[in-house]
Design a protein around this ligand. Structure first.
Ligand SMILES: [Zn+2]
Length: 143
């Protein structure tokens, strides 16, 4: 096909795809298998961007812990303000599923960005530990 401009080319590609959906899907699947490194790198970047957007949103527009200001994204997490985070994560899946879930559900209220230390400290202070209320081992309980 002689391509005269980008719009014409896009229309041709679109029509070809819809006329050959199975063939294109098979080609795409084969390409993905043969280019696993590129696919994984693109997925990693996409998931990192999603995580950054969500953490920034729940950090009131800043990619940092709301309590202490720590800003290393690798150490930031989403905190369920009213607790019950473990149960929620077990329901939707771990890893990056929470970030995608939050975006896909319109970034609902009830979450905040905390660093792992502040998140853990809040969990202990509020007795949200798995062992139940009053069973947390804290720095004051061993003195
Ligand atoms: Zn913090």
């Amino acid at each position: 096909m002689l391509v005269k401009n980008r719009l014409q080319y896009n229309a041709y590609q679109n029509a070809y795809y819809h006329a050959n959906t199975e063939k294109c899907a098979a080609h795409g699947a084969r390409w993905s298998r043969l280019n696993r490194v590129k696919v994984n790198a693109a997925r990693y970047i996409s998931e990192a961007k999603c995580k950054e957007r969500v953490l920034t949103y729940y950090g009131d527009g800043v990619l940092a812990c709301l309590r202490c200001g720590f800003s290393d994204m690798d150490c930031l997490s989403i905190d369920h303000i009213n607790g019950r985070g473990r149960k929620h994560i077990e329901e939707i899946g771990g890893g990056t599923f929470l970030y995608h879930w939050l975006e896909n559900n319109g970034l609902p209220k009830g979450y905040q960005t905390l660093c792992m230390n502040c998140n853990w400290k809040k969990r202990v202070t509020n007795n949200e530990c798995k062992r139940g209320v009053g069973n947390a081992i804290t720095s004051t309980s061993i003195q």
